[in-house]
Design a protein around this ligand. Structure first.
Ligand SMILES: Nc1nc2c(c(=O)[nH]1)N[C@H]1C(S)=C(S)[C@@H](COP(=O)(O)OP(=O)(O)OC[C@H]3O[C@@H](n4cnc5c(=O)[nH]c(N)nc54)[C@H](O)[C@@H]3O)O[C@H]1N2
Ligand SMILES: Nc1nc2c(c(=O)[nH]1)N[C@H]1C(S)=C(S)[C@@H](COP(=O)(O)OP(=O)(O)OC[C@H]3O[C@@H](n4cnc5c(=O)[nH]c(N)nc54)[C@H](O)[C@@H]3O)O[C@H]1N2
Ligand code: SF4
Ligand SMILES: [Mo]
Length: 764
């Protein structure tokens, strides 16, 4: 274990009276260390923390805006309760009573399934939410739980679970050591990386090329990542599984498949070879828009490199074959001998919360799919949730189990999920809505009660979720930088009280410590019950006493760290990790480069990596094979795009991030623009089967012919929201165009890239 305990407070350039504290940025997956300078209770500046063990001073333009977010006059600081049709400021007691009455009425009349929940992306970056949302969802006890996962990574999680038996046994590209990185459908120069946690992806990618390696980017758009890469391959949206299958076919046919160090734990190689056999490079080239020669070379490059990794992200998951694509990505990592070796695709060993570090190694229950279906369309449940493409119809359609109330926690589905116009109307028809949020926005304007969460700077942080996927093993805790406002509950306390109210507890007696004590006891019981764990057989009360006097997320985190793979085991391994150790190392603790973890990180019933999961072979047979026989469609396909200064739908109220040229433009290739008489800067109507929007035209050859691109997260012109800056830069909501009937059937995940559209000029 290496760590630095130099404190940045000693920075000589600071004025007297300033204090600078390190804080991990919670805005995206990179988790950069920030150095936050505070004077007289206000933040004066935010820089990158040069001493952070992982980010070494890197930050992006969003990181320093935690100050603006905290100070934003539009950020809610007091609960709002709807009275006589208007949302009015209320006390916390009044708000809790309104929640108890409103939800109580719906549950009494129509049962628990009438209350739905939508849990949004910022929860993944929020310690309190990650630790207490589960209690909240359990207390809710409704089948109607939705989240941003089914507009994001769910296909990857399912493919991972099927191949390795555990959703957290996710291969991440070892970008700091690889010689060759093949990226599909990711733009880390804008997103700063996803499902492969690393601050400064741009610097790490440049370093690959700097040390003589190659970076190849497969993307319908020539992104900044593609521009900086060694090679850009422009692919037709939605066709990645054909490309990947053809690469595998080529390697099997050329007898170049070598499973490398994991060979003895791999099954299904023959079935995989059989499944990809029809997808020869020649058979898929026209469909993918990629020459067969290029496909062959892409395949051989992976084997020829000393080490290589294939990495794919959202451009490949929110697409018609998301789950199959995610599987083929890792099948390539296995078949080129790159799984679980330095420079290849490896497995993180996280310090806290990693289910793949508990129990006996290698063997486990695997994952279960499709335990139940959604009521109206019969879409599959995955990991306790229903696909968000089913949300509107579950609200609209009468009958037992119809959703009549919603609770949203850090989510803005009206901008971020499909069929937005219809979903907006569905929300408006609900009997009762509760939102836990920091803004009154396009979704929360429908609420009857808004419960404001504290700002990021008022919360402590440890990235329990994203550190599971880090390209280095790292642990980093930051206490809250600023105190809570008087009377303001912490976010975990809001969730805890909500849990109690959902269980019928009277607001007067809804003490969050009741939930907190239950959560910690359950976790402690499960830790002592793990016969392979560090505290096997110890006394629960003894451990709880040793966690004193901490409470809330800190107590839970301390337990997780101490019983985790580097933990002190409450004395069993005295130099191991605990929260005290992290507190003493405010810039983080570096636990080293990724190490091989096969087969120990598997959790499969038979202890094997499955290269040919049955449900995925079935999907290839049912949908990909027949597609080979059909002529590819050559109409316009809509894809999204991210910008470094946006964060999904919710950071457009920060002036420094939205000023300048409008970013919500429709990008279109010059040939496609000419064919439709579109002028740069003019307006175009974009129409899909779900709806239409009018957006400014940006003619650029950075998008391939046949492809148009519109970013998501805009459309801030709906009445009733309170986002004064964002309203000045409203843009249009691209998810008005996303049809609820376009999804990957295995995962229920929406198709947000590759939506068929028509574009026509709008006369000035
Ligand atoms: N067309 C298209 N649509 C997409 C995507 C795409 O690529 N294309 N991407 C998808 C992806 S990957 C994702 S993850 C989703 C995101 O979609 P959502 O998960 O719905 O998240 P956001 O739209 O980012 O909205 C976040 C909400 O959280 C609130 N918030 C911010 N910080 C906090 C906090 O600390 N506490 C609380 N309680 N609330 C907070 C914000 O005010 C906002 O209301 O969008 C998806 N939608
Ligand atoms: N600045 C910023 N950073 C963010 C976010 C943000 O909104 N803004 N959101 C965060 C979230 S929630 C997430 S999930 C991550 C996502 O992180 P990334 O996956 O890196 O997200 P994108 O930048 O949308 O990159 C997706 C790329 O896929 C391409 N693409 C579209 N369709 C296809 C296709 O069919 N095939 C292929 N091969 N490529 C395709 C797009 O052109 C785009 O360049 O980013 C996170 N970081
Ligand atoms: S890259 Fe992400 S984590 Fe780093 S400063 Fe920017 S928003 Fe924060
Ligand atoms: Mo996401």
């Amino acid at each position: 274990m290496t760590a630095t305990d130099v404190r940045i407070d000693d920075d000589p350039v600071e004025d007297d009276g300033d204090s600078t504290v390190p804080r991990t940025c919670p805005l995206c997956e990179a988790g950069c260390g920030l150095a936050v300078t505070v004077r007289d209770g206000s933040v004066t500046r935010i820089r990158g923390d040069l001493l952070d063990v992982f980010s070494r001073g890197f930050l992006c333009p969003k990181g320093s805006t935690l100050k603006q977010l905290h100070e934003d006059p539009d950020r809610l600081r007091q609960p709002l309760v709807r009275r006589g049709g208007r949302l009015e400021p209320a006390t916390w007691q009044e708000a809790w009573q309104a929640v108890a009455d409103g939800l109580g009425r719906v549950i009494a009349e129509r049962g628990r399934s009438a209350v739905g929940a939508y849990v949004g992306n910022p929860n993944a970056h929020n310690l309190g939410a990650l630790l207490y949302n589960r209690a909240f969802l359990r207390a809710l006890g409704s089948p109607n739980v939705f989240s941003a996962s089914t507009v994001d990574q769910r296909p990857k999680e399912i493919a991972t679970g099927l191949m390795f038996g555990n959703v957290l046994t996710t291969p991440v590209p070892d970008i700091d050591r690889t010689d060759h990185l093949l990226i599909l459908g990711a733009n880390p120069f804008a997103s700063n990386g996803s499902f492969a946690t690393a601050p400064d992806w741009p610097g790490r990618l440049r370093a690959i090329i700097g040390r003589g390696g190659r970076v190849v980017v497969v993307d319908p758009r020539r992104t900044k990542t593609a521009e900086e890469a060694s090679e850009h391959v422009a692919i037709r949206p939605g066709t990645d599984p054909f490309l990947l299958a053809a690469m595998l076919q080529e390697l099997f046919a050329a007898d170049r498949v070598d499973l490398g160090t994991v060979a003895e734990w791999v099954k299904g190689t023959e079935e995989l070879a059989e499944a990809v056999a029809p997808f020869t490079p020649d058979a898929v080239a026209g469909r993918c828009g990629v020459p067969a020669e290029t496909i062959r070379r892409l395949a051989h490059d992976l084997v020829d490199a000393d080490s290589a990794a294939v990495y794919a992200r959202i451009g490949t998951t929110v697409s018609p074959f998301g789950t199959v694509t995610s599987w083929l990505v890792d099948a390539l990592n296995v078949c080129t001998g790159n799984l679980d070796r330095p420079g290849g695709a490896m497995f993180t060993r996280a310090a806290a919360g990693a289910s793949n570090t508990r129990g006996a190694g290698r063997y486990g229950r695997g994952i279960r799919l499709g335990r139940r279906q959604s009521r109206v369309r019969g879409l599959p449940e995955t990991f306790g949730e229903l696909p968000v493409v089913a949300l509107a119809e579950e609200i609209e359609t009468p009958g037992a189990g119809q959703i009549r109330a919603m609770i949203t926690v850090a989510g803005n589905p009206i901008l971020s999920t499909p069929d937005a116009t219809r979903l907006d109307a569905a929300f408006a028809s609900l009997d009762f809505v509760v939102a836990v949020d920091i803004y009154l926005n396009e979704t929360t304007r429908h609420a009857d009660v808004v419960l404001p969460a504290p700002s990021a700077l008022q919360k402590s942080h440890y990235d329990i979720a994203l550190l599971q996927l880090a390209v280095r093993n790292v642990a980093n805790y930051s206490p809250a930088v600023l105190p809570l406002d008087p009377g303001q509950p912490d976010e975990w306390e809001i969730l805890a009280v909500l849990s109690l109210l959902l269980q019928g507890v009277d607001p007067a007696g809804a003490d969050p410590s009741i939930v907190d004590d239950l959560v910690i006891r359950q976790l402690a019981e499960s830790a002592v019950g793990d016969e392979h764990g560090l505290v096997a057989g110890r006394d629960v009360d003894e451990l709880l006493a040793l966690l004193e006097p901490r409470r809330g997320p800190e107590r839970v985190l301390d337990l997780m760290l101490r019983t985790g793979p580097y933990g002190d085991g409450f004395g069993a391994r005295p130099d191991g990790l605990s929260l005290d150790v992290l507190v003493a190392h405010p810039h983080g603790v570096d636990l080293g480069a990724l190490q091989p973890r096969m087969p120990e990180a598997l959790r499969q019933p038979d202890g094997m990596i499955d290269l040919a999961p049955e449900v995925l072979l079935a999907d290839v047979g049912a949908r990909m094979r027949p597609a080979l026989e059909e002529a590819p469609d050559d109409g316009l396909l809509l894809i999204g795009r991210r910008h470094l200064r946006s964060n999904n739908s919710w950071m457009h109220n920060v002036e420094v991030l939205v000023k300048g040229k409008p970013r919500c433009t429709l990008q279109i290739h010059p040939d496609d623009a000419a064919a439709r008489g579109l002028a740069d800067g003019g307006e175009a109507e974009v129409r899909s089967s779900a709806g239409a929007v009018v957006a400014p035209v940006e003619i650029t050859d950075s998008v391939a012919a046949g492809v148009v691109s519109l970013p998501h997260g805009w459309g801030h012109d709906l009445p009733g929201a309170r986002l004064s800056v964002a309203a000045e830069h409203a843009g249009v909501n691209s998810n008005v165009l996303a049809p609820a009937d376009l999804f990957d059937p295995v995962s229920g995940t929406a198709v947000l890239n590759g939506i068929p559209v028509e574009v026509r000029a709008v006369p000035a």
